[in-house]
Design a binder for this molecule. Sequence first.
Ligand code: BTN
Length: 330
Amino acid sequence: MLISERLKTIIKLLADGEFHSGTELAEGLSVSRSAIWKQLNSLPSLGLGYKAVSGKGYRLNVPLELFTEEQIFQSLNVQARQFITLFEIHDQINSTNTYLMECARKNASSGFVCLAESQLNGKGRRGRDWVSPYGSNIYLSILWRFQQNGLASISGLSLAVGVAIIRALKHHHIENIGLKWPNDIFCEGKKLGGILVEASGESDGPCSVVIGLGLNFFLPETETENITQPWTDLSKITGQNRLPRNQITATMLNHLLPLIAGYEKDGIQAYIDEWRSYDCLKQKQATLHIGKHKIEGIVEGVDKNGMLLIKHSDGTIKSFASGEVSFSLS
Ligand code: BTN
């Protein structure tokens, strides 16, 4: 559903999670109470549940900390700031990754950061949708141009990005988060977030890369019926529904931007040992799905280039560059 200016204003007024009377909302927007009521009815389709109590008014089921450029920049460090050339926050967008890929085609430069409160067509890996309800998760993309070795220079980048995400979460004392090859952010066997790296350019010349991060802060149950894998969110993991979303986003950027900027020089080698320490597939019996093929075995970790190592029943170990791994929790 498209979000009107009127609806945005109502959401901003209700974001504090407190009750607001119909009269107060109507006065705030200079519209009738029935116009407010009509707008409130569309909140659930954005994933925003609310409660109406007679004599008190309306309040959101879960308070929101909406993105503001000011708050994010307050928590950005000097180094991260210097990498940002453009910074946009959208209330609603098709997909932050698709948008930045389009901007790359129109010559936008490295360091373009795009955030959205919601995505209409959020993209996951392997053509999946990324569920992107309004106002409570991170949908973040960064455009970067790599100058020299083309697509080879970004090999392993999505794994390194996973390391930056875990570092940022640790900074906020969010521990016990792991990585599931190649680039899922996992907690106790459930997916907390994902990374989608898209690239265009030459195999041995300059290339443009969009690094997209989706991180669940709070996913309303009403939005999750089409998610096909076990999922979790930060509110479940931490037991808090008032996490500082702006600060955490800034911390992500503090870790991500220098890593991306230095990646052409550093490569995956600078991150692979740390990646291994977060590996939540290691020594698990797993199935790797490559198209219609299934490869069974024990995961032996990743090699120095970030390829997945699987030990087969005959004891041989093979490495794989792509695919989707499934495993059981036991
Ligand atoms: C995955 O399937 O695990 C990757 C999910 C990536 C989702 C993020 S949300 C921000 C950016 N924009 C998109 O459309 N996708 C990525």
